[in-house]
Write a protein that binds this ligand. Structure first.
Ligand code: C5P
Length: 212
């Protein structure tokens, strides 16, 4: 079984994906890490982030099986990832790994922007996670404060809005809900409630009760 979770930056889809995968005993892939790793490789090579050739070369050389999540999770790398992600050759270089992962037995949970639309359009369960930009910024600020990082709440919100805009308006694999995705608005849900709602969606689909 494939569970595809898509949604905008800081919507909580990563945590949701991890928790769903643990619940069902499935493998979990945070596909954002792939684009983040490409961006980091470009920057580590001393190239500007808008160097297309460097981004394409980095994507082709990437070993997706060995990513250092801790080194990739900063907001700066997230922003840089959204600059390399629209490049078709970058996306193409990352497709096979994601599709192979999606076919993992007994199942896989993959989260990202285009999982239900491009990577796994046949996924049995598709969930599109949303929350208002203000709520997503609020959660991100709490997370950064928890890590002891300096925080400028207005800048966090501005970054989220900018990243949404880039991800939604690009030509290649834009952020959008698949027509058969279940919408899960977590604005007023804590993570436990969001996980329960997602499990209900999976169970309803498994029971053949249809979507909705
Ligand atoms: O989900 P995360 O914030 O880690 O993603 C970082 C960036 O990578 C996103 O803003 C987006 O531009 C890109 N991305 C993508 N397709 C995916 C996952 C992430 O384009 N499936």
């Amino acid at each position: 079984m494939i569970i595809a979770i898509d949604g905008p930056a800081a919507s909580g889809k990563g945590t949701l994906g991890k928790r769903l995968a643990a619940y069902y005993g499935f493998r979990h892939l945070d596909s954002g890490l792939l684009y983040r790793a490409v961006a980091k490789a470009v920057l580590d090579a001393g190239k500007p982030i808008d160097d297309r050739a460097a981004a394409i070369a980095a994507a082709k050389l990437l070993d997706p099986a060995h990513l250092d999540e801790n080194a990739l999770k900063s907001d700066d790398i997230g922003k840089a990832a959204s600059v390399v992600a629209p490049i078709p050759e970058v996306r193409a270089a990352l497709v096979t790994f994601q599709r192979t992962f999606a076919a993992s037995k007994p199942g896989a949970v993959i989260d990202g922007r285009d999982i239900g639309t491009v990577i796994a359009p046949n996924a049995e369960v598709k969930i599109f996670v949303t929350a208002t930009p203000q709520e997503r910024a609020r959660r991100r600020v709490l997370e950064l404060k928890g890590r002891g990082d300096p925080v400028d709440p207005a800048a966090v919100l501005a970054d989220i809005v900018k990243r949404d805009e880039r991800d939604t308006n690009r030509a290649e694999a834009p952020l959008k809900a698949a027509s058969d995705a279940h919408l899960l608005d977590t604005t007023h849900l804590d993570i436990d409630a969001a996980v329960r709602a997602a499990i209900d969606i999976v169970e309803a689909t498994r029971a053949g009760r249809g979507r909705g």
